[in-house]
Unconditional design. Structure first.
Length: 201
């Protein structure tokens, strides 16, 4: 009886395997065409870098209605999307050794030169960016549990997302002016996190 069931199970696996393989192949083709070669490729560095900033702003606006836990889990999900984005960037920079550049356009002219807001990612910056967002995502989740009873949890989580954005902005900056803004932003957010109010104060 057992051998009969084993034989039937083997038949089912043999029947399903080609279907699964075909489905995975088609999904990968869709992913490769629309994401790796499509429109998102031009803006993926901007999207992945800006997600923590957009999450921080949205979390701040929804903090009264969603509550600290709601804001926290929303920002964790937002950070997970950023992890996926930087994972794609790392794959692209390693699979086809190149630099991904995304530009916001020019914003100033100094001494005859034109300064543009642009982000670039090569293998090293993509790896550092991925490390930053993975660690930040873990810290977000840990903070949700460790500070569960803290009434200032939503503010702390928003500061943490803002800190992550400036870290990514620093890592992927394409010129010294952006590097300066990213560095100063990291310092500012560090102060905000360090001086964040506590119920014990």
């Amino acid at each position: 009886m057992l051998k009969k069931y084993e034989f039937e199970l083997k038949e089912v696996v043999d029947t399903i395997s080609p279907l699964v393989q075909y489905t995975v192949t088609k999904l990968w083709g869709f992913f490769e065409y629309f994401i790796l070669q499509g429109v998102l490729l031009d803006y993926i560095a901007i999207i992945a870098t800006m997600l923590p900033l957009m999450g921080a702003v949205t979390g701040l606006l929804m903090s009264r209605k969603a509550g600290p836990r709601g804001v926290g889990w929303f920002l964790v999900f937002n950070m997970f999307l950023s992890v996926v984005g930087f994972g794609v960037i790392l794959y692209l920079t390693l699979a086809t050794p190149s630099i991904i550049e995304s530009s916001f356009g020019g914003w100033a002219r100094i001494l005859g030169g034109r300064i543009t807001w642009s982000l670039s990612a090569d293998g090293v910056s993509a790896l550092i960016g991925l490390t930053v967002v993975v660690v930040s995502c873990a810290v977000h989740m840990y903070s949700l549990n460790y500070m569960a009873a803290d009434p200032f949890l939503s503010r702390f989580i928003v500061y943490l997302s803002l800190f992550t954005f400036f870290m990514l902005f620093l890592v992927s900056s394409d010129n010294l002016v952006q590097l300066f803004f990213g560095w100063e932003g990291v310092g500012l957010c560090s102060c905000l996190l360090y001086t964040s109010p506590s119920p014990r104060d």
